[in-house]
Design a protein around this ligand. Structure first.
Ligand SMILES: [Zn+2]
Length: 454
C-alpha cells in the first residue's frame, strides 16, 4: 500500500458509512414471526458488496430453517501465506418497543452531530461486517493472507448452523479466525475478548397439595409450595450474594474489567444499592459463576386468592467458568437443589439446555499480531476482557479448525445498547476496527511466514 493504513482507511470511510446505512435500513430480524424477505435482501446486498470489493468466490450455504449463509473466500497470495476466517452475522434482534426509540429502528439516523449512527443492528453486528468489507477495500481485494468470509443470517435466534462447521471442516479450515461479534470495553479502549462463560438452564418445581386451600383454615400446617421453593432458592447465594453452590469454578480475573461506576451505569443499578457478591467485577462477571432466577410460576399478586399455594416452579439460568464442563456445572446446581429439603419437603429438579463456554489460547502468533494491530487501530495497548454472553458458533468453528487461533474483537463498545432500544455505533470505532483488522492481516502474514521459516 502506497499510503499508510490510517490515511487509506480515511478515504474509505464515506463509502463504508453509506453501505452501513444501506444495510441497517433492511429490517433483517431472524426471529419467528418476522418476514424472511429482509434477510434475503441483506444477504443479496452483502453478496454484491463482496463482489464489488473483489471477492470472486462466493457461495451460498442453505441449511434447514436457517437464513442463507454466505461463505466466500479469497485464495492465499502465496503458498507460505496463512488463511484467516472472518466472521459476522447480518441478522438483528427485534427492535422491541419502538416507542422507546428516539428514531425509527430501521431508519439509520446520525447521532452526536454525525459522530455515529443509530439503528437496530448497527453495532450487533452490521458494523463488524462493514469492517470486513473495509479491510477488503483497503487491500483492493488482494489481502496479504488467504481469507474465508463467513456471514450468517441467524445468529440471534438458534440456528442449525451452530453445529454445522465440524461436519464440513474443509470449508472452515484456517490458521486464525476473527469472530467480529464483539467490541471494546469502552469507546477508544482496544479490547480482546478472551473468554466466554458457559450457560445452562435448570428447572425446579414443587407440589405440596392437590389444589389451593383456604389460608385461614389450612395455613400454618398445610405445606406452602411457594415458600418451599423460595426457601430453596435462598440457599443458592451466601449473605454477601456470592454463589454458594459447591464446586462451581471461580478464579481470579487477570484482565481488565469495568469500574464499579461504569458497571452501575450500564446495568442501571438504583442509587444507593450495593452490587451482589464480593471480589473483583471480572471475577463476578466472567471467571466465576452466576445463578439468576429468570422466572417463577406462582399466582400473580393482583389476582391472588387467600389460599395456600399448592404448586410453584422456577427457571434458573446458570453461567459458569469458561473452562468448566457444562454437564458438570449443571449437575452441581441440580444436586444442590435436590439435597435441599425445606421444611422436610423435596423438590423436583430438571436439567434444561447446557452450552459450553470458550477460552482461547492467547499466546500464539495471531495473538501477538493482534496486539500490535489493535495498538495501530486505537493508539493504545489492547486489554483483555471476557463476556458473559455466549456465541455458540465459536465452539462449532473451533471444533472444525482445532488448530486455529480464535480472536474476538470488533467495532462494538459496551455502551452501544445492543439488544436494547437506541442501539448505536460510533464511526471512530468503525474506523479504528478497520485499521486494526487490516493491520492484523499484515502482521499475521509476516509472523506466520517467520514462524514457518524457522
Ligand atoms: Zn451479535
Amino acid at each position: 500500500m502506497a499510503m499508510d493504513l490510517g490515511s487509506r482507511v480515511d478515504t474509505l470511510m464515506d463509502g463504508l458509512r453509506t453501505d452501513l446505512e444501506r444495510l441497517t435500513a433492511i429490517p433483517s430480524v431472524s426471529f419467528p414471526g418476522f418476514p424472511p424477505e429482509p434477510l434475503q435482501q441483506a444477504h443479496d446486498l452483502l453478496v454484491d458488496l463482496l463482489r464489488d470489493a473483489g471477492v470472486e468466490r462466493i457461495e451460498r450455504l442453505d441449511l434447514p430453517d436457517t437464513a442463507p449463509i454466505i461463505v466466500a473466500d479469497v485464495p492465499p497470495p502465496s503458498a507460505d501465506a496463512p488463511t484467516v476466517l472472518l466472521y459476522g452475522h447480518y441478522d438483528v434482534q427485534p427492535p422491541g418497543d419502538e416507542s422507546l426509540w428516539q428514531s425509527p429502528p430501521f431508519e439509520p439516523t446520525p447521532i452526536d452531530g454525525g459522530l455515529g449512527l443509530r439503528a437496530r443492528g448497527v453495532a450487533d453486528d452490521k458494523a463488524n461486517i462493514i469492517v470486513h468489507l473495509g479491510v477488503l477495500r483497503a487491500y483492493e481485494g488482494k489481502p496479504p493472507v488467504g481469507l474465508k468470509i463467513v456471514l450468517e443470517g441467524q445468529e440471534e435466534y438458534g440456528s442449525a448452523f451452530d453445529d454445522y462447521p465440524p461436519t464440513d471442516p474443509g470449508r472452515f479450515a484456517c490458521d486464525a479466525m476473527v469472530i467480529a461479534d464483539t467490541g471494546n470495553i469502552r469507546p477508544g479502549s482496544p479490547t480482546l475478548t478472551a473468554g466466554l462463560r458457559g450457560a445452562s438452564e435448570v428447572f425446579v418445581e414443587v407440589r405440596t397439595l392437590d389444589e389451593a386451600r383456604h389460608s385461614g383454615e389450612f395455613g400454618g400446617a398445610a405445606p406452602d409450595a411457594l415458600l418451599v421453593l423460595l426457601t430453596a432458592l435462598g440457599t443458592l447465594h451466601d449473605v454477601h450474594g456470592d454463589v454458594a453452590v459447591e464446586g462451581l469454578r471461580r478464579e481470579e480475573w487477570t484482565g481488565t474489567a469495568y469500574t464499579q461506576e461504569e458497571f452501575r451505569s450500564l446495568a442501571g443499578v438504583r442509587d444507593g444499592l450495593p452490587l451482589m457478591g464480593t471480589g473483583s467485577l471480572g471475577e463476578r462477571l466472567w471467571s466465576g459463576p452466576a445463578i439468576t432466577v429468570i422466572g417463577i410460576d406462582a399466582p400473580g399478586v393482583d389476582h391472588a386468592a387467600s389460599a395456600v399455594v399448592p404448586y410453584a416452579r422456577a427457571k434458573l439460568n446458570l453461567r459458569f467458568h469458561p473452562q468448566q464442563d457444562p454437564e458438570e456445572a449443571q449437575g452441581l446446581l441440580v444436586t444442590h437443589l435436590q439435597s435441599m429439603r425445606p421444611f422436610g419437603i423435596p423438590l423436583t429438579v430438571t436439567s434444561g439446555d447446557a452450552g459450553p463456554g470458550f477460552e482461547p489460547a492467547t499466546e500464539g502468533p495471531a495473538y501477538r499480531a493482534a496486539r500490535t494491530a489493535l495498538r495501530e487501530g486505537w493508539g493504545k495497548d489492547p486489554e483483555f476482557v471476557a463476556s458473559g454472553g455466549s456465541i455458540p458458533l465459536v465452539n462449532g468453528l473451533s471444533k472444525a479448525a482445532p488448530g486455529a487461533e480464535v480472536l474476538l474483537f470488533g467495532a462494538q463498545d459496551s455502551m452501544c445498547n445492543l439488544h436494547a432500544p437506541n442501539e448505536r455505533l460510533l464511526f471512530s470505532e468503525l474506523r479504528s476496527a478497520v485499521i486494526a483488522e487490516a493491520a492484523f492481516l499484515r502482521e499475521y502474514a509476516e509472523a506466520y511466514r517467520a514462524e514457518n521459516r524457522t
